[in-house]
Unconditional design. Structure first.
Length: 318
């Protein structure tokens, strides 16, 4: 069986998955989440049909789900995919159980263990090279791209959240940017540092002279009355990264770096959760644990705990 998120086909699962899709839309879930959750339900359908288990979603049992999850773990190993599949199936069967008044077969199936690996963050030299590369060039689009990079770095916001900003979401006098509808439909304020404010001031000055200046979206596109989408943001980040000698740079690295620097500075964990838009401590724990050794080493090298005993690393000759 090919493990792909295939297009919808007529099947016994189809009416149920269609109804689940409408449920997710009513909850305001993102298109990405809807595609992921419904795609996982279709993968389960393929698995059940291929192994001749059942073609009725209400007849799927705990054994069937455990077999499917085991297959996902075997296929994807030490990645986050099995966890994602588990989360999607829990959501699907929780909804189905409530609608059909039946027990959820996922109710007592534990989440697969998350893989432990370092979350990639940017070093000081890499950040400076990125900002230098973003600052090159003249004209409207050069200013736009530079401001975009600064906002990604300064706010720790998700790329999709930055993409959907409007001019009205900015308050440069208060050094804040409002994420009106972040992940899960929640709003929050995120900080802007001096560099981001300066870059935004320069961009907004050019934007006010643009033919589409009355459009609400912050990041104007190249076509008339258009604005940057997620693909455009990725392309800008990749182009700037290539100019900085980081061809694999991606937008989420700015978010990782923001969280890592916040924790390294010893700032409040609850405040970080609010700024990052995390509803539970799960992501905080993941970020805190992932690079804890690296942050500890940085602190130790800056102020080694043995220096007080060894005269700042130099012992007097006997």
């Amino acid at each position: 069986m090919t493990d792909t998120l295939e297009d919808k086909e007529t099947s016994p699962f189809t009416p149920t998955i269609d109804a689940f899709t409408r449920h997710l839309r009513a909850l305001g879930r993102s298109r990405h989440t809807i595609r992921l959750y419904t795609g996982t339900a279709r993968l389960l359908e393929q698995f059940c049909v291929t192994h001749r288990l059942t073609s009725d979603p209400t007849a799927v049992s705990r054994d069937h789900c455990e077999m499917f999850m085991d297959d996902q773990i075997q296929r994807h190993g030490e990645t986050s995919t099995p966890q994602t599949r588990h989360k999607a199936l829990r959501a699907f069967f929780d909804w189905l159980a409530d609608r059909e008044e039946i027990p959820s077969p996922m109710a007592k199936i534990g989440q697969p263990k998350a893989p432990e690996h370092l979350i990639p963050v940017l070093g000081d030299d890499e950040v400076n090279r990125i900002l230098d590369a973003a600052g090159k060039g003249k004209g409207f689009y050069a200013r736009r791209d530079a401001a975009l990079i600064w906002v990604l770095l300064s706010t720790g916001a998700r790329a999709s959240e930055v993409t959907n900003l409007t001019v009205a979401d900015l308050d440069l006098d208060l050094s804040v940017c409002r994420i009106v509808k972040g992940k899960g439909g929640k709003s929050r304020n995120v900080p802007l540092n001096a560099g981001a404010i300066d870059a935004l001031d320069r961009y907004l000055a050019s934007r006010r002279r643009h033919v589409d200046s009355t459009e609400p979206w912050l990041w104007l596109g190249r076509s008339k009355r258009s604005h940057l989408g997620n693909t455009g943001v990725w392309q800008i980040v990749r182009r700037v990264g290539a100019g900085a000698g980081l061809p694999k740079l991606h937008p989420h690295q700015f978010r990782h770096t923001f969280a890592d620097r916040w924790l390294a500075a010893g700032l409040g964990e609850q405040a970080l959760m609010a700024i990052m838009g995390w509803n539970t401590p799960t992501m905080l724990a993941r970020y805190a644990k992932a690079n804890a050794a690296s942050r500890a080493m940085t602190i130790a090298l800056a102020s080694h705990p043995m220096d007080a005993i060894t005269n700042n690393g130099r012992r007097s000759s006997p």
